[in-house]
Write a protein that binds this ligand. Structure first.
Ligand SMILES: *Cc1c(COP(=O)(O)O)cnc(C)c1O
Length: 378
């Protein structure tokens, strides 16, 4: 079986984790945490990093830091992971959806302005499968309407965006350094992995202080164990940070490898007609977190059937694309998104799946996967 994801852990991870074990620094106190936070924030062009237990809790903490009131609204794509909508709902705010662009699979920025209303407070762009969202239109809308931007960069470590905004010199910037604050996941299938883990990045010292307190039970500055607000324990351990730091130190190699893998898939799969492959806009540098394909040809099976054939007949593991937020039973059950339709999201959620993409995947395995896709489509 070719697994959909196999992480690549190397000697430095072992060395740093061994150091934690030998020294006894295994909890959320320990020097790897600060080093990982600083280096990752620095790589993304941000001032502060606040490491947390996973990408979902990073979103929860980020949304909590917006200071919203019940009924305030955040605009996000329907095509994303439930963590985004959950973070918004847990804060008492309301998720408001837009469809995705059928080529980049990221939120359609042309649809955002029409969804801005009196209660809109923020926009949550999600860089999908390694391709950046077109951020400039969102930054312009945020400035015009006084909105905050929470970037979910969980799938876009090292992806880059060319900002053409007039108030800055045109330049390439890294995802996670584009909005007011950003979140990352370091789950086992992400470009940097700490097993489970996440981080929030910001340039604002007050927000950073809020986030550090929020992840740590909102401890008071005075007496230990005296609390003035209820919080959460969302801390990351030093062991996890040791893994993250080791990968951050060789991150350029990781990104280069992912780009080569993406290029190889594209070269092999473009010989098969009727597939939509990941794109790379002129203003984007894709890192191909997961190599997705959409079965455009109506004669092809749907993604579920193709996934079953690849698994059963060819030993290739895949995953279906996300299911749109407007089609999620748990959200519809709360009366959300009634009668809303997002055709691009609905199409790719039924016709899209992603192929094995882990860092341990070999060139020969990529070639085998492409042969299997061709055979399974017949
Ligand atoms: C993986 C992911 C998350 C959640 O991260 P976890 O660490 O699994 O909680 C959030 N947003 C996006 C876009 C993701 O891909």
């Amino acid at each position: 079986m070719i697994p959909v994801n196999q992480p690549l852990l190397e000697a430095r991870e072992l060395e740093y984790v061994t150091d934690c074990i030998r020294s006894g620094w295994i909890s959320s106190a320990g020097s790897y945490l600060e080093r990982f936070e600083q280096q990752w924030a620095n790589y993304c062009g941000r001032e502060f990093g606040i490491a947390v237990s996973n990408g979902t809790s990073a979103l929860q903490a980020a949304v909590a830091s917006l200071g919203l009131e019940t009924g305030d609204e955040i605009i996000l794509p329907s095509f994303t992971i439930i963590s985004c909508a959950a973070a918004i709902l847990h804060s008492g705010a309301r998720p408001v959806l837009v469809d995705c662009d059928p080529e980049t699979w990221c939120m359609d920025t042309n649809e955002v302005e029409a969804r801005i209303g009196a209660r809109t407070r923020a926009i949550m762009p999600v860089h999908i499968y390694g391709h950046p969202v077109d951020m400039d239109p969102l930054l312009a809308l945020a400035a015009k309407h006084g909105l905050q931007i929470v970037e979910d960069a969980a799938e876009a470590h090292g992806a880059e965006y060319f900002t053409r905004r007039a108030d800055e010199s045109a330049q390439w910037k890294r995802c996670g350094g584009l909005g007011d604050l950003s979140t990352f996941s370091f789950y086992a299938n992400k470009l940097i992995t700490t097993g489970e883990g996440g981080m929030v990045l910001t340039d604002d010292p007050e927000r950073a202080a809020f986030l550090r307190s929020y992840r740590d039970l909102v401890a008071s500055k005075g007496r230990r164990f005296e609390h003035h607000e209820l919080g959460y324990n969302l801390r990351m351990t030093n062991l996890q940070a040791a893994l993250g730091l080791a990968q951050t130190e060789r991150f350029e190699d990781i990104v280069a490898r992912k780009r080569r893998m993406g290029a190889r898939y594209t070269e092999r799969l473009s010989e098969i007609g009727g597939l939509r492959l990941p794109t790379q806009r002129s203003w984007a540098r894709n890192i191909y977190w997961m190599y997705g394909i959409v079965l455009e040809d109506p004669d092809f099976p749907d993604a579920e059937q193709l996934g079953a054939r690849l698994h059963d007949q060819h030993g290739v593991e895949t995953r279906p694309f996300f299911l749109g937020m407007h089609e999620q039973p748990v959200l519809k059950g709360r009366g959300l998104f009634r009668d809303e339709r997002y055709p691009a999201t609905e199409w790719i959620s039924r016709r899209g799946l992603y192929l094995p993409s882990g860092l341990a995947l070999t060139d020969a395995q990529i070639d085998d996967v492409c042969v299997a896709v061709r055979a399974a489509l017949r």
